[in-house]
Design a protein around this ligand. Structure first.
Ligand code: HEM
Length: 414
């Protein structure tokens, strides 16, 4: 299935904690959603705690696991020091828990939590840079998929730590003007650029698309990078025109990115609509919907449109793009580790046998129904509707935890 080398991939036991912990925090975040009201304020301490739990515990944890696996596969060299991945997740976990506790009840913990997260990311980036130095394949994929998002990640974390110092009262800054810089660097600069960079590797790999033009994605990457820099500088320096320019560049970047997705979709050889393909449709439609809500809010819409934009981005785009890929990546890693040495010696399962197809479909529908009902709760300002959506989300997350365990423990045929 993979047309690029797996020879340098790290052992699965090194990567497994990232996916286990990530799915656990997806479940934890979904349970905590039950305690939101439909009219929450986004800067409430409970919401700030939750946002960091979801983004660091689920989104970053699984994305770092995927990067640990993909960097050597794409660059065709082993990690400079693969052992660092034993330390990155515990540090990220500890830093995340300190941030979550810090926002909720002990602000003094925030700068320390931030510093621990920063250390874990510096270790990750150092390994990535030293690995890049070993390779001859320093092409645009490496730059846009690995270097660029991590530069924004580091910048966003540093801005976060400065804000945390402001939050505790140690320094005086206008946190609210810095907030947009922090959010944009991390969500636009790190998460969205990673999604864009990885999608160019993963979508053709799983959808079997070949020979398509990559010019739109290159243009989209430039546009979003300048957009993120403009918004972050505009926010921190208080220059509105720069922020507006940044928003316009970002909207154009997403439009061009969608053109790239369309090209990949048209050239795909695999037409089968499995849970991965369905998850990608939900994820990319969510990206558009979130942008529409964001634009409505920026043009003077009510607070509920801001909540809806974030909701659709978090549960629609981030949730489905990550979970959809878990159904592809986890079986492959387990197969490679456990069954590839047995090929030719005994009967080994097919990759498709390792995915609990019915349960995966069940999880997809429960999570989608939950996310849509919660969105209706926000838009209609109804607690009851919102909480019934949260119940579906929790059920979906429980099934997900079961599915990931099933795939990781798959032993049939041994
Ligand atoms: C070094 C680690 C981090 C620190 C110290 C930190 C700190 C902060 C602070 C102090 C605030 C807002 C405070 C306010 O305006 O009252 C905030 C908000 C936010 N942060 Fe972070 N952050 C960190 C990491 C991250 C990461 C990695 C992400 C995303 C991947 C992220 C996403 C956000 C978002 C989306 C908000 C806005 C939340 C809302 O409006 O509800 N943060 N962060």
């Amino acid at each position: 299935m993979f047309n690029i080398s797996q020879d340098f991939a790290p052992p699965f036991k090194l990567i497994a904690p990232y996916f286990r912990i990530g799915t656990f925090f997806y479940l934890a975040a979904s349970v905590l959603v039950m305690f939101f009201g439909a009219d929450i304020f986004h800067l409430d301490v409970y919401v700030l705690s939750w946002v960091h739990l979801f983004l660091l515990g689920f989104v970053m944890m699984t994305m770092l696991g995927a990067m640990a696996q993909l960097i050597p596969v794409v660059l065709e060299v082993g990690h400079f020091s693969v052992g660092v991945f034993y330390f990155i997740w515990p540090l990220l976990l500890l830093g995340m828990l300190m941030l979550v506790a810090g926002f909720y009840m002990a602000p003094a913990l925030l700068p320390y939590g931030g510093a621990v997260v920063l250390v874990s990311i510096i270790i990750f980036v150092t390994d990535a840079l030293l690995t890049l130095r070993k390779t001859e394949k320093l092409g645009s994929i490496a730059i846009r998929g690995i270097l660029l998002p991590n530069v924004f990640l580091l910048a966003g974390l540093i801005v976060g730590i400065v804000m945390a110092l402001g939050f505790t009262g140690a320094i005086t800054i206008d946190i609210h003007s810095w907030l947009l810089g922090h959010v944009y660097l991390l969500l636009g600069g790190y998460v969205i650029i990673t999604v864009m960079g990885l999608s160019l590797i993963l979508l053709p790999m799983f959808g079997l698309s070949h020979g398509f033009s990559e010019r739109p994605i290159n243009l989209a990457m430039w546009l979003i990078s300048f957009g993120v820099i403009a918004v972050a500088m505009g926010a921190i320096l208080g220059i509105s025109s720069l922020k507006i320019l940044g928003f316009l560049l970002s909207f154009s970047a997403v439009t061009v990115y969608f053109y790239q997705l369309w090209i990949i979709y048209k050239t795909r050889a695999r037409k089968e609509h499995d849970v991965w393909a369905s998850s990608m449709y939900v994820a990319f439609v969510s990206m558009l919907v979130s942008m529409v809500f964001g634009a409505v809010y920026l043009l003077g819409g009510e607070h509920k449109y801001l909540l809806s934009a974030f909701w659709v981005l978090f549960y629609g785009l981030f949730g489905f793009v990550i979970i959809g890929h878990l159904y592809k990546i986890v079986p492959f890693l387990v197969w490679f580790e456990r069954f590839s040495p047995l090929v030719g010696k005994q009967k080994v399962p097919m990759l498709a046998d390792m995915v609990p197809t019915r349960a995966a479909g069940f999880q997809f529908w429960l999570s989608l129904t939950g996310a849509v009902i919660c969105l209706a709760g926000f838009l209609g300002s109804s607690d009851l509707v919102f909480k019934s959506g949260a119940a579906f989300l929790i059920m979906g997350a429980l099934v997900l935890v079961h599915n990931v365990r099933f795939m990781m423990n798959f032993k049939e045929g041994l």
